[in-house]
Design a protein around this ligand. Structure first.
Ligand code: SF4
Ligand code: SF4
Length: 178
């Protein structure tokens, strides 16, 4: 695959990683592109890179997760192929080692192993409103309907499961509010 790319720093994601590339002002993960195959460009954010770098291995829950979620949306046939190839790799990674380096990575691994179960939109909205009421004292607003739980460090919003603790049916409130 050829990339007319500028490496790192002057774009949304700015981390020291040889797999980070910039094209037309957007950041892409070339490792995820290789995982996806057939020249699929996989956009990457600062947040994803920061989580990825917490793991010693770049082939991890973040890069596999973003590859599969991107393909599922953009190319269902290629998604089925990639799932057969990469889910076993994810499943071979040690739960305890992952949990030590990144709670997010461990949560992602558990979520994938369970088949990526998700809560409904109405349930996610109900839970986010509960978090936003800040009865627990640990909700930190990060914009409209976006926040972070200070008790566990997870992102809370109305989006899909890749970066939203509430959406993942495998996740629960660390203070047992939900
Ligand atoms: S997701 Fe990971 S491998 Fe990809 S560019 Fe970011 S740090 Fe590098
Ligand atoms: S997940 Fe629980 S502890 Fe965290 S902000 Fe929501 S209600 Fe509070």
């Amino acid at each position: 695959m050829s990339h007319a790319a500028t490496r790192q720093s002057d774009n949304a994601a700015s981390v020291a990683c040889r797999h980070l590339a910039t094209r037309d002002g957007r950041s892409f993960c070339t490792l995820a592109e290789t995982m996806a195959g057939k020249g699929k460009a996989i956009p990457v954010s600062q947040r994803q890179c920061e989580e990825c770098l917490k793991c010693p291995d770049r082939t991890n829950a973040v890069t596999i997760g973003m590859t599969l979620i991107h393909l599922r949306r953009e190319d269902p046939d290629l998604y089925e192929e990639a799932k057969l190839k990469w889910l076993p790799v994810l499943n071979q990674q040690s739960w305890s080692a992952m949990a030590k380096v990144s709670r997010y990575a461990a949560s992602t691994l558990e979520w994938f192993r369970a088949g990526r179960p998700v809560r409904s939109d109405s349930e996610v909205t109900r839970i986010l409103r509960l978090c936003q009421s800040n009865e627990c004292g640990d909700y930190e607003a990060r914009g409209d309907d976006r926040g972070m739980c200070r008790a566990c460090g997870c992102m809370l919003n109305l989006y899909g499961g890749l970066f939203n603790k509430i959406r993942r049916a495998t996740e629960h409130c660390p203070k047992e509010y939900w």
